[in-house]
Design a protein around this ligand. Structure first.
Ligand SMILES: Cc1cc2nc3c(=O)[nH]c(=O)nc-3n(C[C@H](O)[C@H](O)[C@H](O)COP(=O)(O)OP(=O)(O)OC[C@H]3O[C@@H](n4cnc5c(N)ncnc54)[C@H](O)[C@@H]3O)c2cc1C
Length: 386
């Protein structure tokens, strides 16, 4: 953030930023490698985040949250991403900004009373299950179904690539409730608790990156849940998913901007110390100009990121801007990591270097939560409306 002054952030925002930064330095950086090896984030780290108030930033004060705005989510995503551990960052952000907003946005008072305090404290971990083996970008093509049977709903089908899927206590699941409705119209959201009979984890998926984040296939076989677990209005789930996508894409872009910033910082540090041909690599104009150009691109992306968060915090429709941001930052972080790895030389290819992991973590940022092409289609649709 340069000298720390910004048109968008208040003193409260900056205080939050410094608190998260301290947590990252004291807790995440020292343990991140171990979490990568273990393949998950320990609950105790999440509970600590709950105690510090980081898991309820956006949630209402009456349920233990801080009731803050999208700018606060933007700070959370960016600062966690500076840790360089994408697996840790996505575990938290799925819980705070992708899954639990479904409950906060569409839940009844009873549903919120039952779950939100635990979500904010870190006792309850959440996931959101929309994607399926045959329906990713094309959400409306989902096949998981829910049929009403007396005072219960019965779910059947499977979900794919679900972050926190193996460890979440509560999953917000999208399912078709009207098989005859066209495309997006017959989809509803449900609250499914881990212990429900008929709900199981098919398999935990091994990934290229984000290795400390668990990603799973979820299976529903005649899974019965009470009628009271319908989340939001019947057959209107698609619109809730589209609404939440904006916040989801904002924080995923924050991961891209934050990780790119940290990658450049590590690389500048490396090339200033590494000597070749009688001088530091930083003294080679080709290297320092390339790094400076990338710094300029990342700074431009950061400004769009903050601008999108500001628009969202003022309830201004931002689908075009957020789609641009997601497309741009998801591609940019990969461009940055490629060069960062290049300038680390052989060391950048070795697993003990942070850059090697960051290259792997970055790849999914142009795919998950809205692939670049899908984002650009959203931009194109809106550009032609002008
Ligand atoms: C690690 C990880 C974690 C994830 N976590 C979750 C989660 O927690 N919950 C959840 O619901 N989902 C999750 N996902 C799913 C993710 O959002 C989807 O992978 C993503 O939306 C793309 O869908 P797909 O994989 O089915 O690709 P497809 O839809 O099959 O698309 C494949 C490729 O085709 C191209 N493409 C697609 N549509 C178009 C188009 N209209 N025009 C041009 N090109 C196009 C894109 O390049 C895209 O990458 C996760 C995925 C991963 C890899």
């Amino acid at each position: 953030m340069g000298d720390g002054r910004s048109a968008y952030f208040t003193e409260e925002h900056e205080l939050l930023r410094s608190q998260i930064r301290r947590f990252v330095d004291e807790v995440v950086r020292p343990q991140g490698e171990a979490w990568e090896r273990e393949g998950q984030i320990p609950r105790e780290a999440l509970r600590r985040m709950g105690e510090l108030g980081f898991l309820g930033i956006r949630h209402p004060v009456e349920f233990g949250g801080s009731g803050a705005d999208a700018l606060a989510s933007a700070i959370l995503a960016e600062e966690l991403a500076h840790s360089s551990f994408g697996g840790f960052t996505v575990t938290v952000l799925v819980h705070t900004d992708m899954a639990s907003p479904h409950l906060a946005g569409s839940g009844t008072i009873d549903q919120k009373r039952r779950l939100l305090p635990g979500i904010v404290s870190g006792e309850i971990l959440t996931a959101v299950a929309v994607s399926e083996p045959d329906a990713g970008s094309d959400v409306a093509a989902m096949r998981t179904s829910a049929r009403r049977d007396g005072d219960q709903w019965v779910l059947n089908g499977s979900k794919m690539f679900i972050t926190n899927g193996a460890s979440a206590d509560v999953v917000f699941v999208a399912a078709k409730t009207d098989a005859n409705a066209k495309g997006s119209r017959g989809i509803s959201m449900f609250i499914v608790e881990r212990e429900r009979a008929g709900f199981s984890v098919g398999r935990k998926l091994e990934k290229q990156g984000w290795r400390s984040s668990d990603t799973a296939e979820l299976v529903f076989e005649e899974c019965r849940i009470p009628a009271a677990n319908l989340l939001g209005r019947e057959n209107e789930g698609f619109y809730a998913i589209m609404r939440n996508f904006q916040n989801e894409r904002l924080v995923l872009s924050g991961m891209a901007v934050g990780e790119a910033t940290e990658g450049l910082r590590l690389t500048r540090e490396y090339v200033k110390n590494r000597r070749a041909f009688g001088a530091a690599l930083w003294d080679k104009q080709a290297i320092r100009l390339r790094l400076s150009m990338l710094e300029a691109k990342v700074e431009a992306a950061r400004q769009l990121y903050h601008h999108c968060a500001w628009r969202m915090s003022h309830d201004i429709d931002s689908v075009r801007e957020v789609s641009m941001l997601k497309a741009h930052s998801g591609e940019l972080v990969n461009e940055v990591m490629y060069d960062c790895q290049q300038f680390h030389g052989g060391f950048g290819y070795i697993q003990e270097s942070a850059i090697e992991r960051m290259v792997r973590d970055a790849r999914v940022l142009s795919i998950g939560g809205g692939a670049t092409e899908v984002m650009l289609e959203e931009v194109a649709k809106r550009s032609s409306e002008e």
